[in-house]
Design a protein around this ligand. Structure first.
Ligand code: PMP
Length: 402
């Protein structure tokens, strides 16, 4: 039965990692996938996470199944971490389930939307967005109903605020709009609070279902409250019943543990109970129940004042290193002789810089300099370090000046 099946490549980001691994040049540099690295280019396990692992080890826990909706203390902690509800009533209105990191959360949320919204509902993504958003929503049944709204202004390297707001006004009532809670991937461009307020109001006018993808809470600014500001504002000030997909891959460094949560803000405790039960049915049929280890680690950190304090130090250190690397890259570009305006690199935030390099220039970086980033010019900043930053800056200057 498999004779007619053609091989197919993964998406551009995964393909880039494969090409990098196959490159035999010892001086090759990878600025591709969004994974944090220390100044030696090594993966990092946060101090707070190591402490939590020790505590869990000492407890000699069993390996029984988690409930279909996940580890209860993790869900409770995640809701507080994401929303910080002001009272029990607000807390009760939010349906929360554990998911397989951010991707799994998006997939369950997309299945939920496809099941319960009218069959002609369209979903709007920023242009550009994380490539996997398309694949996830297509697979969940939104094929042919995925649209784009203007987001990035290539001229300024910043937000296309006017086009963004104008597009919302034209969206059919009841559409789903996907927003990145902070540290927009791939552009690193986030709306200001003033713009967020306008977006919230415009979405309210069009009665949109607002969907926040939150893959970088605290990783952008170093502060979990600031990075959750947008969707908390939407909920608290304008009464949006948002969906939030939450990942602990980057902010807790738990990439491979597949730890995440899905939150659906509803109108009442009863609604939240009904939504949770429906999410459970979707999850049960997809993978039955989520893995427990990452959830236990996160819940240990979130529910322990001292560990939480340590985690705040850990995550700030990552955010600060990324910010400093941005500054250092721009400095080294000018040192290398570049006369271009690179200020968008320091204006942007989070894991990625949208450099403005053309696909041809990126191609040259890969072929001639063994420096890997995606063709859209997206650079994973944490791949930069004090040892390679000069080389990268000189190489970028070379391909942008010849
Ligand atoms: N959304 C966005 C915008 C992302 O950048 C990522 C990570 N690249 C994710 C979701 C999900 O990542 P994960 O499944 O590893 O949590």
């Amino acid at each position: 039965p498999w004779k007619s099946i053609e091989p197919i490549g993964l998406d551009a980001i995964k393909q880039l990692t494969i090409a990098f691994q196959a490159d035999t040049n010892p001086n090759k540099i990878l600025l591709g996938e969004g994974v944090y690295r220390d100044d030696d280019g090594k993966p990092v396990v946060l101090k707070s996470i190591r402490e939590a692992e020790k505590i869990l080890y000492e407890k000699k826990l069993d390996h029984e199944y988690a409930p279909v909706t996940g580890v209860a203390s993790f869900c409770k902690g995640s809701k507080k971490f994401a929303f910080d509800p002001k009272n029990q009533e607000q807390d009760d209105r939010i349906a929360t389930v554990q998911t397989l990191s951010g991707t799994g959360s998006l997939r369950v949320a997309a299945a939920f939307l496809n099941k319960f919204l009218p069959k002609d509902t369209e979903v709007y993504f920023p242009d550009p967005t994380w490539g996997n958003h398309n694949s996830i929503f297509n697979d969940a049944g939104f094929n042919g109903r995925i649209k784009k709204y203007p987001y990035f202004d290539a001229k300024t390297g910043g937000l296309a605020a006017d086009g963004f707001l104008a597009a919302i006004e034209k969206m059919p009532k009841g559409s789903v709009i996907l927003l990145h809670a902070c540290a927009h991937n791939p552009t690193g461009v986030d709306p200001t609070r003033e713009v967020w307020k306008k977006v919230s109001k415009a979405c309210k006018d069009r009665e949109l279902v607002v969907f926040f993808d939150s893959a970088y809470q605290a990783f952008a600014t170093g502060n979990e409250v600031d990075d959750a500001w947008a969707y908390r504002y939407f909920v608290e000030e304008d009464g949006h019943q948002v969906i939030v997909t939450q990942s602990y891959a980057k902010n807790f460094g738990l990439y491979g543990e597949r730890t995440g949560a899905l939150h659906v803000v509803t109108g009442s405790k009863q609604e939240a109970t009904a939504v949770t039960s429906q999410l459970a049915v979707i999850i049960r049929a997809m993978y039955s129940s989520p893995p427990i280890f990452g959830a236990r680690v996160v819940s240990t950190v979130l529910n322990d004042e001292n560990l939480l304090k340590q985690w705040r130090v850990d995550v700030k250190e990552m955010a600060d290193r990324i910010r400093k690397s941005r500054e250092a890259l721009v400095y080294e570009l000018h040192q290398a002789g570049s006369k271009r305006d690179w200020s968008h690199i320091t204006d942007q935030i989070g894991m990625f810089a949208f450099t403005g390099l053309t696909p041809e220039q990126v191609e040259r970086l890969i072929k001639e300099q063994n420096i890997y980033m995606t063709k859209d010019g997206r650079m994973s900043i944490s791949g930069l370090n004090t040892k390679n930053i000069k080389t990268v800056a000189q190489a970028i200057h070379k391909v942008t000046s010849e």
